[in-house]
Ligand binder design. Structure first.
Ligand code: ADP
Length: 606
């Protein structure tokens, strides 16, 4: 990385901090300035007091110096005591906000990016690097120490200026000082470069190990995976793998510690040597009478502080340089654009429900995938119709729905709503016309009512009605806390664990609560018992009402309730028509699927 790149990425970081965390930055600046200058008060005034004593100055001069020393020290301390806890709280908030930013970014990203392996590895990587201190923590540290050390350098220079200006001080003493400063900066910089190289190597070597280690940790502790772990006896091999991963990380961490020690040793030696030399030069200058008695301790302390501040500043600069490659990666995640084209057309609200949707020669490949999940799909359906989509596993049914509701855009071709490419509609408005229940729907550890409404506050009567329609009325009445019952026991010991079928009904109720003109159900009865399945089928017309219903199902019996059936096979629509029409085509896929299922039921029954 070039120097200009280091500077620009750190500046970007500071601007970012300033925009997001102005209060924290101001607190850091305030505390650093006060903390850095505080120690110079007694230094400055003690020299004045000693010189006044030596020169037998009037008592009130002495008293004034003493009062100023005590008063200023008290004032600085009081302000610092007031600011420090606020600074600590502001730091905490920054790291909480950072965690929230990951979530916020994930929500803003195109769905395709979230699924992308490169993006998820990048997210995990920067998350771990941040936990180790890189990114924001080191950026804050850079602000903090730069201000602190620069303030100390200015104060030290102001205090040592008379030493350099004094003609009585020999030139070689002055040069020795400057030489020591330069040498310690050089040693410090070389050591810091080596130190950083060791840290970076460790971080780079451990990316995948860390991610795996973290993932295994969640598998082991997670309640959701606990069942399979126990039933299939995976616990031991998981723990063994986890232990193995931990041993590898431990070995690498040991190697890093050895590397750090090697890199650090010269600067530790250098630190002590420079302090010793500074003291020796000043004592020599004092003995020769070039500096006053009162000034000796002032100069010694100021020079030691100057050396410390200069070396620490150079260390900070090196750390900021090391952090810049991490910051670059950090921002590369937050800068991932959402390339989904988002139009601005409003979705027309029509009373006659005369909408139609058309897939025009649509083909689609998942990001990073070589093969097409959908090929040359040409299909039209009218709003208000009930459409069934059938086909074997992996034939492209869910992908078709994902494209319809813009989780992805087609690789080729276009999808039209009333003749207009769906990309031209306002994204949020377009999304709002769909109520979808995917197979892998998620329910949250919120209250039942909040899960149905997908919102914190909701209309309880409407939520109850939807649960009733979805077939969960009886269960709802059996819950003492009704809609306020928390799902799962993660945060509430009064929470309830629900069965797969009940979960599916809640997801259905959520789709009904949204009351969108399109209702799409992906295998909505897979987890239901036969009675509940029959209820959903027979009550489906009432459930869907005037809405367009798209219904993905393996159970062909459900197709009899629909106006049109589309049959998918290997990413193509190979047949479409009514249940009767398709069944009449004895050479077709539908006929074969129907008879395969009928035979299955007969064999079972027999
Ligand atoms: P169906 O719903 O009919 O079971 P899908 O639409 O889920 O089928 O899948 C169609 C094809 O796309 C399958 O070959 C599947 O492996 C592939 N596929 C599904 N999701 C992804 C994904 N996120 N990334 C890559 N390929 C996928």
């Amino acid at each position: 990385m070039r120097v200009s790149e280091h500077i620009s990425i750190n500046l970007k970081g500071f601007r970012w901090l300033w925009q997001k965390e102005r209060r924290a930055v101001l607190l850091i600046v305030g505390c650093s300035l006060l903390g850095a200058t505080k120690s110079y008060i007694p230094l400055y005034f003690s020299a004045k007091i000693i010189d006044s004593l030596v020169l037998r100055a009037p008592v009130n001069t002495l008293v004034r110096y003493v009062l100023l020393t005590v008063g200023l020290a008290f004032l600085f301390d009081a302000v610092l005591r007031f600011l420090e806890p606020r600074k600590g709280a502001a730091f905490n908030r920054i790291f909480q906000n950072e965690r929230w930013s990951y979530g916020e970014k994930a929500m803003q990203m195109a769905y395709a990016s979230i699924e992308d392996t490169e993006v998820s590895v990048l997210r995990e990587r920067i998350r771990m690097e941040s936990q180790t201190g890189y990114n924001l923590f080191y950026l804050l540290h850079t602000v903090d120490t730069t201000i602190y050390t620069v303030a100390q350098i200015i104060c030290s220079l102001m205090m040592t200026l008379p030493f350099f200006a004094a003609p009585a001080v020999q030139l070689w003493h002055k040069l020795l000082f400057v030489g020591m400063l330069l040498i310690s900066v050089a040693v410090e910089s070389i050591c810091e470069v080596r130190f950083t190289r060791v840290s970076n190597e460790f971080m780079d070597e451990c990316v995948m190990e860390n991610i795996r280690f973290e993932k295994y940790g969640t598998y082991i502790a997670d309640y959701g995976t606990g069942k399979d772990i126990r039933l299939y006896g995976i616990a031991e091999s998981l723990l063994r793998d986890w232990e193995k991963g931990s041993a590898v990380l431990h070995e690498k961490a040991k190697k890093r510690s050895r590397g750090w020690l090697k890199a650090d040793t010269p600067r530790l030696i250098m630190d002590d040597a420079v302090k010793f030399a500074a003291n020796a030069v000043l004592i020599a200058a004092a003995i020769s009478g070039a500096v006053s008695v009162g000034s000796i301790s002032k100069y010694v302390s100021a020079v030691v502080k100057l050396l410390w501040a200069v070396t620490y500043l150079s260390r900070t600069v090196m750390l900021a340089a090391a952090n810049s490659q991490y910051l670059k990666r950090y921002f590369s995640y937050f800068d991932i654009p959402n390339n989904m084209y988002k139009g601005s057309l409003t979705v027309e609200k029509r009373d006659d429900t005369e909408y139609y949707v058309e897939f025009r020669d649509v083909s689609f490949r998942y990001p990073g995938s070589e093969s097409y999940a959908l090929r040359h799909i040409n299909f039209k359906f009218k709003i208000g119709e009930k459409l069934a989509i059938v086909g074997k596993n992996g034939s492209g049914k869910t992908t078709f729905i994902k494209l319809l509701c813009r989780l992805y855009d087609p690789t080729e071709g276009e999808i039209l709503l009333n003749g207009v490419n769906i990309q031209k509609y306002d994204y949020d408005e377009y999304m709002s016309i769909f109520s979808i229940v995917f197979q892998d729907f998620s329910l949250f550890a919120f209250s039942l009512g909040q899960n149905v409404a997908a919102a914190k506050s909701y209309d309880p009567q409407r939520a109850e009605r939807c649960l009733q329609m979805a077939g969960l009325g009886e269960r709802l009445r059996s819950l003492p806390q009704g809609l306020d019952t928390c799902l799962h026991k993660h945060y509430d010991k009064e929470g309830v664990e629900i069965s797969g079928g009940e979960a599916q009904k809640i997801a259905l109720a959520r789709a009904l609560y949204k009351d969108a003109p399109f209702i799409i159900l992906d295998e909505p009865t897979a987890a239901l018992d036969p009675v509940a399945e029959y209820e959903v089928y027979s009550g489906f017309d009432a459930l869907a009402g005037e809405k367009t219903a798209v219904y993905i199902s393996h159970r062909l019996a459900s197709c009899r309730f629909c106006d049109t059936v589309a049959v998918f096979d290997m990413g193509e629509i190979v047949q479409s028509g009514t249940h009767r029409e398709l069944l009449a085509d004895t050479g077709g896929v539908y006929h074969a699927l129907w008879h395969a299922q009928a035979q299955y039921y007969t064999e079972k029954n027999g």
